[in-house]
Structure formats: C-alpha cells, structure tokens
Ligand binder design. Structure first.
Ligand code: CP3
Length: 357
C-alpha cells in the first residue's frame, strides 16, 4: 500500500467449501474428502489429550477441548470437512438419560429404558440449555476453518439412539429393543418420536451455530429387516429431514447406516441429500441403485488404511472412478479404526486431494 498507510485487505476465501459445491452437483475438479472418526484414538495428539483428560465426557463437553480435538486432523491433513468432536449420545443427559462412555467398554446407559413409564420420563431436548458447548464450539470452528473446509455437525438417528438406551449400551443381537418393537411397538414408537423431534431441533441448532452440513448416523438401522426398517426407522428419519428442511432448505443432510446394502433404494426416500455407503456395496452399483438425485459418500474399507501405500492409492482411484464425476464425497465406509497408522491417513488425504476428474 502507498506510504504504508492502507492495510492490506485480509484474504478471505469467498468461495464456498468444495464439499458444499459437490453435494449440490456443481462442477468440481475433484471429490471433497473427509474421514468418519477423523478425530480420535489413532492420533498420537489425541492420545496425549486422553492422558490428561481421561473421561470421554469431559473431552467432549468442554468447548476448548472440543475445538482443539476437532482441529487436530484439520491441522495435519487439511480434510474438506471438519467434523465436530462429540458423540451421538451427547444429548442424552439433557434428555434425562444418564450415560457414560467407558474406556474399553463403550457406551453405558445407567438405567436402560424398557417401560412406557420410562419413556414418559424422557425429556424433550433443548440444545441451547443442555449442550451450549456444542454451539460455542461450532461457532469457533466455523471461524477457524473459514471457507477452506465445511464444518460438519452430526446427530444419532432415532432408532440407533433407541437401541443404545434400551439395550443399555452396545449390543450384539439387539434382543431388548426387538422385544420392545415386536411386543410393545407403541412404547418404542413413543420413544422414537421423542428422539425424532429432539434430533430435528439439534440439527437446526447445529446449523444455526455454524455447521454447514449435518450427518445423521443410523448405524444400527440395518439390524432391522426392511419391513421393520420401514416401520421403526424410515418415518422418523423422514420427519427429521422434513422439519429441518422447513427452516434450513439448503442445509445438506447426509445419512449413514452401516451394512445398508439391503436397504439402499429406501434410503433416498428419507429426503436426505447424501447417502453414505459402507464398503460392502460396490460404489458403481450403489450409485446405480441410489439414482441420480442423491449424492453419495464413501466408501473405502477402513481396513484399507492398514495396507500398503500403493494399495491405498489404487483403492482411492477405484472408488473415485466408480462414483463418477460430481456428487461424491470421498470417505471411508465407516469410522477410522484404532491403530490405523497416521502416515497412511496422511497418504490417503494427499492422494485424494491430488485427484482431478
Ligand atoms: O468423526 C469424528 O471424528 C467425530 C467424532 C465421533 C465420535 N462418535 C467420537 C467418539 C462421531 C461422529 C461419533 C458417532 C458415534 N458414536 C456413532 C455413529 C458412528 C458409528 O460408528 O457407527 C456411534 C454408534 C457412537 C457410539 C459410540 N461412541 C461407540 C460405539 C463408541 C466406541 C466405544 C469404544 O470404546 O471404542 C463411542 C466412543 C467414541 N466416540 C470414541 C470416539 C473418538 C472412542 C472413545 C475415545 O476416544 O475415548
């Protein structure tokens, strides 16, 4: 500037994040890329934080820690999506369902729900009162990341949340929730309804505070046969989408269900913008079965990250070729596994970001 009196304008990236362009079907030069569970135990920097703050709830319910952990993969790998560090169970305490996430054991619900009276005691979720740190963290993330990547929020789907709170934690055969579904369906429906309304509000809250796209995790919906999925999961997913689209018509919603091969054609019926595929579905076949309206995310096997660099490269290329140009977010088919070499994750991002259609 002449005479040094005029400040250089701060360079702000005016363009929208690549991930949003890709989801909308705009002309993009490569698929955006991020990884489910990209913040977490495979990173040394996360393990160091865990030593200092051993409780998962502490790490995930404190603004500074949430921001720091969410940004750990961003600083090293520069993904196109930065997902909030949190958990699908985080809203539960605000709904009067006490829980913890115990090292080596996973989620624990202290008083699993099983009767109509238990369900009556579940409170509607008011995000700003119960999880203000989520809104604050998203706002900070949005500022930190600017438009170089999309800030991603997420929620658990009603059936998946219900499976945790009825089973009391992770489950192998899902007998308790199926007993409820198949002997007292009204009780389960009442619970699913509370989760649907609450999670719709939570999506809106996240979007209002900086999330630019929100993923709905229905990890266990595929434990249901298709006819039961249509009764106990699909209508509630659709409700969430409908409620959110009324207030946030342009907010991309991503749906993930693991092992969804048998349900694929039904997933776009929820109204989501993106379906996230796991690796048990061939990407080209998945694309064909999903139709052209919906964008697709995925679907590299997380186990590939334990392979050689050449193998990782070839699987990325294969997946991108099969997905075809546009409307594709490159990702894994499920979360990164503990023990994944960080250098392989770095290689994954480097190759992915070097791709040109
Ligand atoms: O993607 C990200 O980096 C964001 C963070 C994230 C976590 N959980 C952090 C977490 C996300 C998106 C989730 C979602 C989640 N949580 C899902 C849906 C995704 C999926 O895997 O299907 C589910 C089912 C849960 C419930 C849950 N929370 C489980 C089954 C576990 C694993 C328990 C264990 O001990 O391995 C958790 C704990 C959890 N949530 C961890 C992380 C990084 C691991 C524990 C830790 O880091 O201390």
């Amino acid at each position: 500037a002449i005479g040094g009196t005029v400040a250089e304008p701060k360079v702000v990236s005016a363009a929208e994040p690549l991930l949003l362009n890709a989801v909308r079907g705009e002309d993009v030069e490569r698929p955006p890329v991020w990884l489910m569970r990209q913040a977490g135990r495979y990173m040394k920097s996360y393990q160091i934080i865990c030593e200092k703050y051993p409780s998962f709830r502490q790490r995930s319910e404190n603004v500074d820690l949430v921001v720091e952990i969410s940004l750990q993969p961003w600083k090293v790998f520069r993904p196109d999506g930065v997902i909030l560090f949190s958990d699908i169970l985080t809203p539960l305490s605000g709904m009067n369902i006490p829980f913890d996430i115990v090292k080596g054991k996973g989620p624990v619900i202290f008083n699993p729900l099983c009767t109509a009276t238990d369900v009556d005691q579940v409170r509607e979720f008011v995000p700003a009162d119960s999880v203000p740190y989520v809104g604050e963290a998203l706002t900070i993330l949005r500022k930190e990341v600017d438009n170089e990547a999309a800030v991603l929020g997420f929620v658990g789907a009603p059936f998946t949340l219900a499976s945790y709170v009825v089973e009391g934690g992770s489950s192998k055969h899902f007998t308790k929730i199926k007993r409820l579904a198949f002997s007292q369906p009204k009780v389960l429906h009442a619970l699913l309804q509370k989760f649907a309304t609450s999670m719709a509000k939570y999506v809106q809250y996240q979007a209002d505070n900086g999330a630019q796209a929100v993923q709905i995790f229905d990890s266990w919906a595929t434990e249901l046969s298709p006819v039961d999925f249509e009764e106990f999961s699909l209508p509630y997913l659709k409700q969430i989408v409908d409620i959110v689209k009324q207030t946030h018509p342009n907010l991309p919603l991503i749906l993930y269900a693991s092992g969804s091969g048998g349900l694929l054609e039904r997933l776009p019926l929820t109204g989501v913008d993106v379906v996230s595929l796991d690796w048990t579905v061939d990407m080209a076949e998945g694309r064909r079965r999903l139709g052209t309206d919906v964008a697709v995310q995925g679907n590299v096997d997380p186990g590939v990250l334990f392979g050689s660099k050449e193998f990782i490269t070839s699987r990325i290329n294969d997946t991108v070729r099969k997905a075809g140009k546009g409307k594709h977010i490159l990702n894994l088919g499920h979360g990164i596994v503990v023990g994944t070499p960080e250098e392989n994750v770095a290689h994954f991002f480097e190759v992915a970001k070097g791709i040109r259609y």
